[in-house]
Design a protein. Structure first.
Length: 174
């Protein structure tokens, strides 16, 4: 498993939530628990995307709305709130507001969901299927490979290409 302490979901700025500071100065098991907590949302979004085999554009519009909400108002993220009210008690890690790389990843995922919904609404089935394939691949890379494509793109755009390259699953030290 990649080292979640160097993963792009961990912010590098000083304006981090208390749970993310735990990973900036890791103790035994802290990063693994935070990493597991951060994967709660993708574990919920993944089945939603797969369930969209019904090709209902409104499912994708709803998903896009929630994901964009999460990126615009991170302290009111319903996935994080649900996690904090249920699973955080047993895991000991509470999720705070998402740092910029995670917010960008949520925005990008929401954009994919919106593009899929629009493609379906316009009858562009092949375009929708291709976008769905990329979306499912990105979720799979995150859940099973520890690679967040959205955070990777965020760091590239922000001029931190060397950091972004270190987050690739095959990078040495990952």
């Amino acid at each position: 498993m990649p080292n979640s302490c160097t993963s792009p979901v961990v912010p590098t700025s000083s304006a981090t939530s208390s749970s993310n500071k735990d990973c900036a100065n890791p103790t035994a098991g802290t990063c693994l628990r935070l990493y597991s907590a951060l994967l709660f949302q993708p574990w919920l979004v993944g089945p939603w995307v797969i369930a969209a085999i019904f090709q209902a554009p409104y499912l994708f519009f709803a998903l896009a709305t929630v994901l964009w909400w999460n990126s615009l108002v991170p302290h009111l993220n319903p996935f994080d709130a649900f996690y904090n009210r249920t699973l955080a008690r047993s895991g000991g890690i509470r999720l705070g507001s998402a740092p910029p790389p995670r917010r960008f990843a949520q925005f990008l995922a929401g954009s994919f969901a919106m593009a899929i919904g629009i493609s379906l609404l316009l009858g562009w089935r092949m375009a929708a299927l291709i976008l769905e394939g990329f979306f499912i691949a990105a979720i799979g890379a995150l859940l099973f490979g520890g690679f967040c494509f959205g955070s990777f793109v965020f760091h590239l755009i922000c001029g931190r290409a060397s950091f972004a390259m270190r987050t690739l699953p095959w990078a040495s030290g990952a």
